[in-house]
Write a protein that binds this ligand. Sequence first.
Ligand code: FMN
Length: 370
Amino acid sequence: MASQLATTFTGLTFENPFLLSSAPPTESDSNIMRAFDAGWGGVVTKTIGLHPVVNVDGPKTKFLRASIDSPRLSMQKRGSAVLHSSWNWELISDKTLDWWVPRIARIKQAYPRKTLVASIMAGSGSDQELANWQTLAKACQAEGADALELNLSCPHMDRKDMGSNIGKDPELLSVVTQAVKEVAKVPVWAKLTPSTTDIVVEARGAFLAGADAITSSNTFPSLPLIDPETLEFEMNVDGLVSSGGLGGPAILPLSLAKMSQMTSAFPERSFSGIGGVAEFAHALNYFLLGCGTVQVCTAAMLDHAVGPNVIKRLTMQMVETMEKRGWKSLDDFRGRMRDRVVAHSKIRRPDADAYHGGYDAEGYASTEVR
Ligand SMILES: Cc1cc2nc3c(=O)[nH]c(=O)nc-3n(C[C@H](O)[C@H](O)[C@H](O)COP(=O)(O)O)c2cc1C
């Protein structure tokens, strides 16, 4: 089973292409080691920064569920409801770099064959901040981290020069990626935000700066719903809320659309897909669109904190699917569906002459400048 699922991504060997993404499941060495024992091929640490963060007073994550027998969506716990999404406003790791450094070394010593990716984040408003990225990168790789993932995508950072605020600015994103690449001895993955107009622009900025892979998506900016009885947001502190991030099943099709734009634009490049994966059928979408690895957060959070059953299911279903289809390795099916996503006008009409993409005489105004 191991050899069939094994894959190489950005030059690194994975015993299977499934990673826990940077989030609560990867917030400590004990969690990460449990995850490796459970069978995850790789783990991306909770994002490590140089400065301590303080989270909000109260829950940082809740789960939105849909009723089976009505259109109601709510975070309230109730019997017959199915998962719709996770919503969180958690910041990066509240542990310092000094806390992480010896733990990265210990994890790698205990699990030399597993892939450990260090997620890092600093600011970008000054040379000092760019130097902070380099400090984080050097410290993590010196302890044995196999790759670095740049968090350019956290949707709820107040600072204008951090998280998705970097990811929304192709120039800033390039500068940060380049700064890390200057000191990196291991592959660098850039985790992009989905909340931009054309993610191909940001992906190009990252690749031009030397990124070895793109990771996408982080959570989508969103608000909790307002309870119609109490007229309070279902998640709030003293009645107040701020924009947070949506993950889980609801974002699978949204994240796929972003991924497809990038894999079509850069078919030779490496991509790690995230968003709404709980079983192999979900992950298969990312692989068929061209991804070389897939990452999981929400489904793992709901399964004993590190997803032991999720990873068992993913690997078992991948083996079953490969055997059924006669696929020998991930390379046999990676990217197979990439070219099936085309412009709307390329979709067949009942009458081939009926539509020309909105041009010509179809009732639209002429595009000619008068
Ligand atoms: C509570 C929570 C905390 C997260 N923290 C981080 C983080 O520190 N760094 C990061 O890059 N992504 C973070 N994420 C985003 C996840 O890694 C992932 O990109 C996102 O949840 C989408 O995957 P999913 O649909 O499997 O949940 C966090 C997500 C959640 C739910």
